[in-house]
Every structure is written in structure tokens, then in C-alpha cells.
Design a protein around this ligand. Structure first.
Ligand code: ZN
Ligand code: ZN
Length: 568
């Protein structure tokens, strides 16, 4: 890694009206979606949830059950704060004293004789502890006697509810809220509010005074029905605040819901009730009490909501998170291209051209195998280049490698070389003396009969894969690789001030090898750097440009010692 460089991707521009249209359509769709989300969800805002406090006041008076019911009678304050209870129905049992009396009749307590009752038994549902006697409850039933507060409570609910008129009571809800992130405080009661108003969904949606009957009606309930057994109602206050300076709005929205189970099934203990007692002292100083089983409606107030305010940070975050969707166009179009072409049975010329332009193929690197070595081999009787990337365990000639396509060669270079060579005419080249007089001297791996024995596996490479004529016998080899005047011209082409007479044989040999590699492997630098020259060709070059400074082994396993000259 360096601070002085920057890496970026190279892109391929495809000239196609159709693909361009697809791209534009996808871009437009993504942009539209992004804008819609940004504006409707207000994603440019920083959000904070509401903190709130609630206070309630119930008002109303009623005359029922030959008694005046005022606020103190029918509301029971709840310590929770954000809920209030309004009593709607009662079962009152007056003048209860501790003593023995018959239990309230039920299948479990009805008896015919003393044996049915068990002394000391107390059922969780019962009012007292059984004494073991069976006594008359009324003219029809006999029940087990219990030690309890007598007389025991009757279990029938008064219908209609005693305080059915409570639907006309009103409640004032005071709700203060705060958004800590924006240090913004407000309340549901506006300064200009009218103390005589009553909430109505359409005509007075901001009035903080609610008629209890209206609350149940809004929730789709019947007050006189719910009043008999009681219930739980939810008053939801939703603060959806936009705190942007230019578009500020922060008013509550009220909605109502029944929170408890509507089903009236005795086994599920429907409704809402609890008991309480008021105690007095009798004249003989014994306790006497009035037991009240109270049914009523509890109203739970739930405040929720979010406030939002414009934030550059959120906006940048949003744009950043949606930018990746523009990449969708590439994925979709690439998919379309490959799906469309995969449908054809064989590759068309257009597809081959596209593939060649778009994809550059390289063999995979060897992972987990011991292949620190790499070389490329070219046989005159095979079109492809062979890549051998493993440690040699025999002659390079017979080692199996991967076939890869021959690199593209720049046409100019080929032509320049050809022209140069042919212009000179053919020299009378001294050919390498054949050692073939003794056929035993030809190594087993040689297919062209011109290679010399070599000990290193790396050097055991022929110019051919199958038996046949050696490449060194070809006119092209002599013109491109061996012709001295051509090589001199190439050296001068690269170094114009080079004196022809001062060119060392070593330089010529190197140039010749270079010529061979470019000719056979193409001008792809990666391939050229790791190209292997066959044994026969190498000996031909060495023989021709032999002088004292020439090394006996031109190629070492570690890699080539020359650079391509004409690859620029
Ligand atoms: Zn050979
Ligand atoms: Zn050969």
C-alpha cells in the first residue's frame, strides 16, 4: 500500500441503445423509489420517541340506587398515574359480622345431610370455612354451614348496571410531552381551549375533554353492556411531530380501543371487578362491615409517538444506504445478457466477441498445492499454449498442464518484424550440426529429432508434441529468429544510436530468443515472462551466436533473463 497511488476500476462501455434504455429505466425507478421513501417516511429526519406524563380528572354526578354518586363515590384513583377507574355496577352486602351462616348455593355447596359437609374444609371459591353441618339456606336449598362474614355475598349481578348513567360523565386528560433529543416540550391542552368543549372525532379533534360514552362508542362498544361486568378501555394518544422549522406540526391524535376480552364466559372471569369493605364498630365494640363488589371500566392512557427534525447526518446516511441500489442496474443487465445468451445452443460470433472483450481469462492460482513454479510451453503442432504450474517430476515435455489461449499479438509488431526480416533476404545460415548420426544421442522425449540430451527436467522440452519436422527447419524460424541482420535492425530499432559493429553476440542471442518467444507466445507480457524455449531452438540460437561470453544454459528455472523488446 502506498499513499502515492490510488486504485480504481476499469469499466467497459457497451454501445447499445437497448441496454442504455434499461439502465436509464432502472436508474429512474431507483431514484423515484428513493425520493418517495425519503419524503413519505421523512428519512432525512433524526427521530426521537416521546416522553410523557398524564393526569386525569373525571367529572359527573348521578342519582342511582337511591343514592347520589359523585366523583369521590365512583372513581378510585390508580397509583399507576396514566389510568383511571370509573365504577359502573356494585353488589353491596351490608352489616356483615363474623359468625356461622349457610354458604351461597352452588353445585359444590348444596347438601342434603351433614355427611356432605366436611369440618375445616375451605374451598378457594368459598366465602368461609365449613363447620360440617348442613343447614337451610332458603326454602328450596340446604347448604353447608360456614364460619364467615355473615350473611355471605349474593352472586347475581344487577342488570342493568346501577351506574349506567356514567356514560355521561366526562374526563379531562392533561398530557405533557417532551422530546429530549430536540429539547422540545408541549402539551395537549392549547391555550385557547374552551372549557365546555367535548371531544368529537371530526368537529373537535383537539378538545381534551371526553365523554365516557363517546370513548366506548368510538371503540365500537355499547356502554350499558360493558357497564354490567366492567372492562378495560385504552385511550391512545399519538404524537407524530414534525419539528422542522419550516413545517412544524405537533398535535396529538386520539384513538380508542377495548383492551380486555369481549367474550362473556363465566369460566374466563369476564369484565373487571374487585371487592372492598367499609368497617364500622358495633355498640358491643365488634366489627361490622359493608362489603362492596365493584364492577367498572378502567381507562388506560397510552402515549406514544415520534418527533423528527431535519439532520444532515441522517440525510447523508440515507443517500449512502440507497446508493448501492443503483448497482442493481449492472446486476440486472448482466443477468439479462447471460440469460439471453445461455438460451442459444452455441455461441454466436457476436457473443464470442462480447466475451472476448468483457472477460480476460487467467488460470486460477494454485492454492493448497505445492506449485511455486510456473512456465508456459508452446508446441509448433498445437494451437494453444500450455501452462505448467507444478514442480516437475519428469521431463517438461511430458508433464501435463492446462491449456490456455494464445495471447493476442499486436498486428503492427508482427508486420514490422516480418517486413524487416523479408526485406533483408535470406542469409546463408550455418545450421546446427546434427548429432543424429548416433540415434542413441536423441533423447526419448524429443519428437523432432533435433534436441540434445539435457539433465534438468526444465530443459527437457521439444518444439513438437507429436513426431514430425522440427521448427528450426522452417524458413520462418530462420527469418524471424536467426537472421543476424534482422536482429541487428531490431536492436537498432530499440536503441537507434547503437553501433552495428559493437553489438555483442550475447545481445544477438538474447534478441533471437526474444524474437522466438514473441513469435510463438504472442506479446502478452505475463506469458512472455514465463515462456520456455524448446531445447532444439535454444541450441540452434546458441550455436549460431556462440562466443565466449555466452552462457551454456540460457534458461534457469528461476525465470528468464531477458526483456521483450518489441512489446511496447
Ligand atoms: Zn526435439
Ligand atoms: Zn525441434
Amino acid at each position: 500500500m502506498s499513499f502515492c497511488e490510488y486504485t480504481t476500476q476499469k469499466d467497459l462501455r457497451i454501445r447499445s441503445r437497448l441496454l442504455g434504455t434499461y439502465k436509464s429505466v432502472i436508474f429512474a425507478a431507483v431514484l423515484l423509489y428513493m425520493c418517495v421513501i425519503l419524503l413519505t417516511e421523512k428519512r432525512y429526519q433524526k427521530k426521537d420517541s416521546v416522553i410523557s406524563s398524564v393526569h386525569t380528572k373525571v367529572k359527573g354526578v348521578s342519582d342511582a340506587d337511591s343514592r347520589i354518586w359523585d366523583t369521590a363515590e365512583y372513581t378510585i384513583p390508580s397509583p399507576g398515574g396514566s389510568s383511571f377507574f370509573v365504577l359502573t355496577n356494585t353488589i353491596k352486602t351490608e352489616n356483615q359480622k363474623e359468625g356461622n351462616c349457610p354458604e351461597f348455593p352452588s353445585p359444590k355447596t348444596i347438601c342434603s345431610q351433614d355427611d356432605s359437609c366436611k369440618k375445616g374444609h375451605a374451598d378457594p371459591q368459598s366465602n368461609g370455612i365449613q363447620t360440617g353441618r348442613c343447614i337451610q339456606y332458603n326454602s328450596t336449598f340446604k347448604t353447608c354451614e360456614v364460619r364467615a362474614w355473615c350473611p355471605v355475598e349474593s352472586k347475581s349481578n344487577p342488570e342493568p348496571a346501577i351506574l349506567g348513567s356514567a356514560e355521561n360523565f366526562t374526563v379531562l386528560i392533561k398530557n405533557n410531552i417532551h422530546f429530549a433529543a430536540f429539547n422540545y416540550t408541549t402539551k395537549n391542552i392549547l391555550p385557547e381551549y374552551n372549557v365546555t368543549c367535548v371531544y368529537h372525532k371530526v368537529t373537535a379533534p383537539q378538545c381534551p375533554i371526553f365523554r365516557l360514552g363517546d370513548i366506548l362508542k368510538e371503540a365500537g362498544e355499547n356502554f350499558s353492556q360493558v357497564a354490567i361486568l366492567g372492562g378495560i378501555m385504552g385511550i391512545e394518544i399519538n404524537w407524530n411531530c414534525n419539528l422542522d422549522r419550516w413545517f412544524q406540526s405537533c398535535r396529538p391524535q386520539y384513538s380508542f380501543r377495548r383492551l380486555d376480552d369481549k367474550v362473556v364466559d363465566e369460566r374466563l372471569y369476564p369484565g373487571l371487578n374487585f371487592r372492598f369493605a367499609r368497617y364500622y364498630k358495633n355498640q358491643d365494640q365488634s366489627d361490622i362491615r359493608t362489603l362492596i363488589k365493584a364492577y367498572g371500566i378502567r381507562f388506560d392512557i397510552q402515549v406514544y409517538g415520534t418527533g423528527g427534525q431535519f439532520s444532515w447526518f441522517e440525510l447523508v446516511l440515507f443517500i449512502g444506504s440507497y446508493l448501492s441500489y443503483f448497482g442493481l442496474a449492472t446486476v440486472v443487465i448482466d443477468c439479462m445478457i447471460s440469460l439471453y445468451w445461455k438460451g442459444c445452443c452455441s455461441a454466436t460470433s457476436g457473443q464470442r466477441y462480447y466475451d472476448e472483450q468483457k472477460y480476460e481469462e487467467i488460470p486460477g492460482p494454485c492454492i493448497l498445492t505445492s506449485c511455486q513454479e510456473l512456465r508456459f510451453v508452446s508446441f509448433v503442432d498445437q494451437e494453444d499454449i500450455i501452462m505448467v504450474d507444478k514442480r516437475l517430476k519428469g521431463s517438461l515435455q511430458n508433464t501435463i498442464g492446462k491449456r490456455i489461449k494464445k495471447g493476442k499479438m499486436s498486428a503492427n509488431t508482427v508486420l514490422a518484424q516480418l517486413e524487416l526480416s523479408f526485406f533483408e533476404g535470406l542469409e546463408d545460415l550455418p545450421l546446427h550440426p546434427r548429432s543424429a548420426k548416433k540415434s542413441s544421442a536423441i533423447p526419448s522425449w524429443c519428437q523432432c529429432l533435433k534436441c540434445l540430451p539435457a539433465t534438468a527436467y526444465e530443459d527437457q522440452l521439444c518444439c513438437r508434441h507429436q513426431n514430425g519436422e522440427c521448427i528450426t527447419n522452417s524458413e520462418m524460424f530462420r527469418k524471424l529468429v536467426l537472421q543476424r541482420r534482422a536482429l541487428e535492425r531490431i536492436l537498432q530499432y530499440n536503441n537507434p544510436l547503437l553501433n552495428k559493429n559493437s553489438i555483442a553476440k550475447k545481445q544477438l542471442a538474447e534478441c533471437a530468443r526474444n524474437q522466438y518467444v514473441q513469435w510463438r507466445f504472442g506479446s502478452n507480457k505475463d506469458t512472455v515472462d514465463f515462456a520456455k524455449i524448446p531445447n532444439c531452438c535454444r541450441h540452434e540460437i546458441e550455436h549460431l551466436f556462440n562466443d565466449d561470453t555466452v552462457e551454456t544454459s540460457m534458461q534457469s528455472a528461476s525465470g528468464p533473463s531477458y526483456k521483450p523488446l518489441l512489446s511496447h
